[in-house]
Write a protein that binds this ligand. Structure first.
Ligand code: NAP
Length: 258
């Protein structure tokens, strides 16, 4: 039987980890798909492609042309368009689909979270009084914070935002996680941060800032995850590997190699 052709939709730590796991496994031929947002992405040890597919119809065509046998959505929890598209395309092309969805962070009783639906609501939640804000939402969605220019923003992203996209009072730190809680606490103190704004990304790599805010008793404006259509999902890469092994075994049985 030829190897199972797996399409991994990437852009997350889980996608990179899955690519590493599949790289040397002869049961699979895996391709990682990246959106192309990062100028210098860390390239995977497997085949990869970069750029959008052209909506649901483009993705269906890709699945058919590349004879994809299984699709794993390992995109970031806030990448809701590609996730919805992938669910629809997988269904239309009858390709088995699994999403890796890391659990959302949950507040502890002492946490001072204000949960908001989107970034516009997050900017509003900061209020009218100027504050010193730690903004960790990436570099592409700063527009709502330009509408609240009276705050100071310490912005951390993997790559620097375009200067024209910054709010007027901003300082940029470029860094890639993981971030330890002690270092996050020191950063918050050094910049006299009064409030943290973050997406509820989940996972451990960027949880340090949540711990640091808890330790310092700081408020957090927490952007809730966008809703997604129902689909089969797991929380961890190991579970996705087990699912893939089952897909492989099913195909092998169909090929009479059971
Ligand atoms: P999105 O809004 O869900 O997707 C917008 C469009 O980008 C999609 O319709 C698709 O274009 C293309 N796209 C997205 N992910 C793709 C992938 N893995 N391979 C090929 N095309 C892809 O996504 P986003 O929020 O802009 O995120 C873009 C990428 O950054 C994703 O890979 C995501 O995992 C990563 N990321 C996002 C966030 C976040 O907070 N949103 C954070 C960290 C990393 P077509 O319709 O043309 O196919």
């Amino acid at each position: 039987m030829p190897p199972l052709k797996v399409l991994i939709l990437g852009g997350s730590a889980e996608a990179s980890a899955l690519a590493r796991e599949l790289a040397d496994d002869p049961r699979y031929h895996a391709t990682l798909s990246l959106a192309g947002r990062t100028r210098l992405p860390a390239l995977p040890p497997i085949a990869y492609r970069i750029g959008g597919f052209g909506g649901v119809s483009g993705l269906i065509a890709y699945l058919q042309n590349a004879s994809v046998d299984a699709i794993i959505d390992a995109t970031h929890p806030f990448a809701h368009r590609i996730s919805s598209n992938a669910i629809a395309a997988a269904k239309a092309a009858a390709v088995p689909f699994l999403a890796i969805r890391r659990p959302a962070w949950r507040p502890e009783p002492s946490d001072r979270w204000e949960v908001v639906a989107d970034l516009a609501a997050a900017a509003k939640a900061l209020g009218e009084t100027p504050k010193r804000v730690f903004l960790t939402i990436g570099r592409n969605e700063l527009a709502p914070f330009r509408e609240a220019p009276w705050h100071f923003y310490l912005i951390r992203s993997v790559e620097a935002p375009e200067p024209a996209l910054l709010p007027p009072r901003a300082e940029v730190i470029t860094a890639r996680g993981p971030f330890a809680a002690e270092a996050e606490q020191a950063l918050l103190l050094a910049h006299e941060i009064e409030v943290l704004v973050t997406k509820n990304s989940g996972g451990s790599a960027t949880y340090g800032k949540i711990l640091a805010a808890r330790q310092l008793g700081l408020p957090v404006v927490m952007v809730a995850r966008p809703p997604l259509p129902e689909a089969d999902s797991v929380e961890e890469v190991g579970q996705a590997l087990a699912w893939l092994a089952r897909q492989h075994a099913r195909r092998a049985a169909a090929f009479g190699e059971g």
